[in-house]
Design a protein around this ligand. Structure first.
Ligand code: SF4
Length: 97
């Protein structure tokens, strides 16, 4: 593992079932919206205890990272919204003399 991804060694989710963060896999029964909400909240609670949440979020805001599931304490919609806010802020700062 590269040093850039060394933060993963301290991840609170290390060894946890990935279903908690990404939901059921292909071929598995789909979850209801209510089940997804409960699962997502449980994953976010674990993220809130994680000492590398900042590093994890920064990594998962990159385009090359998985664009679904909970990561860095945010779900995919929240990460998309966060990314859009960052882009708008960067654009505003470029326009400001
Ligand atoms: S912030 Fe959440 S998804 Fe990221 S490493 Fe920590 S527990 Fe895992």
């Amino acid at each position: 593992m590269s040093a850039r991804r060394g933060w993963r060694n301290s991840a609170a989710c290390r060894g946890q079932d990935l279903v908690l963060f990404f939901g059921p896999g292909e071929g598995e029964p789909r979850e209801t919206p209510k089940q997804k909400e409960a699962r997502t909240e449980q994953a976010k609670q674990l993220c809130r205890t994680c000492t590398v949440q900042v590093e994890c979020l920064a990594f998962h805001l990159q385009a090359s990272a998985a664009q679904y599931g909970v990561a860095g304490g945010l779900d995919e919609d929240e990460r998309r919204a966060y990314r859009r806010r960052q882009q708008r802020k960067a654009a505003r700062e470029r326009r400001t003399p």
